[in-house]
Design a protein around this ligand. Structure first.
Ligand code: GRF
Length: 204
């Protein structure tokens, strides 16, 4: 029986990628494998994590392409080559080209570090999300896994997990807790659900 193959797209440290690899290693994610990790950033530590785990890891950088169209084609080709059942955006800081969404529609998920629809959309990435949450004074934040559509953070929500804000929080401490308590938990959980649906759909 084929594994449920993931293509994981990253731009940075790759702690969410690590959480997926750890859940595969400890058997929580049964029948799941990562066929490729793709980064747009050659210096992303996520690439090293993949290499250490023996997972094919490649960089598709906008800088190596003359224009956006060429970059988009290269990205689509790289994803296609890994023949994934699911594309996982795990801290991928590039707006996904329409070509990729058209081809893999409904089979792309993203992790966002807030409770959508709060603090999401254009400009809300990385620490900015947590700065905005603290500036607004919310007492609860969290993370969301959603299906990716043409919009930014607009697709159907799969899983959310709340995290309490503490009075002493800085954007950095809040970011760390949201990752530890929510992101690293719900991203593997969403993958597990989609893998189960896939295997059930195939009657296995
Ligand atoms: C995470 O906060 C994720 O929600 C956001 O980017 C960050 C990526 O962190 N989209 P990492 O590269 O997985 O460590």
């Amino acid at each position: 029986m084929d594994d449920f193959r993931l293509c994981v797209l990253v731009s940075g440290g790759g702690t969410n990628l690590q959480a997926i690899m750890d859940r595969i290693a400890d058997g929580t994610l049964k029948g799941v494998s990562i066929s490729c990790v793709i980064s747009n950033n050659p210096d992303a530590y996520a690439l090293k994590r993949a290499e250490k785990a023996g997972i094919p890891a490649i960089c598709v950088s906008r800088k190596d392409h003359p224009d956006n169209d060429d970059f988009n084609r290269a990205l689509l080709q790289a994803i296609r080559s890994s023949d994934p059942m699911l594309v996982v955006l795990a801290g991928f800081l590039v707006v996904l080209p329409a070509e990729v969404i058209n081809e893999f529609g409904g089979r792309i998920i993203n992790i966002h570090p807030s409770l959508i629809p709060s603090f999401c959309g254009k400009g809300y990435y990385g620490l900015h999300v947590h700065e905005a949450a603290l500036a607004r004074g919310v007492k609860v934040t969290g993370a969301t896994v959603h299906i990716v559509d043409e919009g930014t953070d607009t697709g159907p929500i799969l899983i959310q997990k709340p995290v309490m804000v503490e009075d002493s929080d800085t954007p950095e401490t809040l970011q760390k807790r949201v990752m530890e308590e929510a992101e690293w938990v719900i991203l593997p959980e969403a993958i597990n659900r989609m893998a189960k649906d896939f295997f059930e759909g195939r009657g296995k």
